[in-house]
Write a protein that binds this ligand. Sequence first.
Ligand code: S3P
Length: 202
Amino acid sequence: MRSNRWLTKPSAKSAKPKAVFLVGFMGAGKSSVGRALAVRLGWTFEDLDERIERREGRSVSEIFRDSGEPEFRQVEDAALRDLLKHLSTTDEPKVIALGGGTFAQRDSHEAIQGSGISTVFLDAPLGELWQRCEQQMLDAKRPLQTSKNKFRETYNARLQFYRTASVKIETGGKRIEAIAAEIIQTLGLDQNAVRPYGGNRQ
Ligand code: S3P
């Protein structure tokens, strides 16, 4: 039953954190859908890239430019572990948008899967992902959006990880609100998010 996936067994200390991780490639809509989803659920929203930037005191682009991708991945994994620790000590439910590469780094992937928190793979046709990134370029170019070939190669290499997510949601041509509603329905969050684990309902 779908609800059981969400309300899984409590650890010795407390129930599994109420949280959802949004995973997927650049341009998948993790942050915009995550914000909309959090508003609908009355949960807080967190973007892992923002935690990284706070920790480091520099932007993701600056970390890539000045220190390179390997260092970015180390900082990303450390920020993720901070977040997982925080989640295990709070009852505050959270929607978290991961970076496009987080779930595809072996150590980070294992840590996320080990947390037992639901993961939602937001996907779209590659051309649409590229277009969305192009449109957002006005704000800041993504360090890993170089050529279309590299974009495709990276996406294909990461698919094996993205496919291990709890559920996959196709976002191609859909509105943000509709995607958020689909996630709530697919994970059964509408019935279960406000119900404490083991609580009796009248
Ligand atoms: C990355 C995606 C970015 C950011 C960094 C690396 C990636 O996040 O974490 O530039 O490896 O795909 P978004 O997916 O939010 O763009």
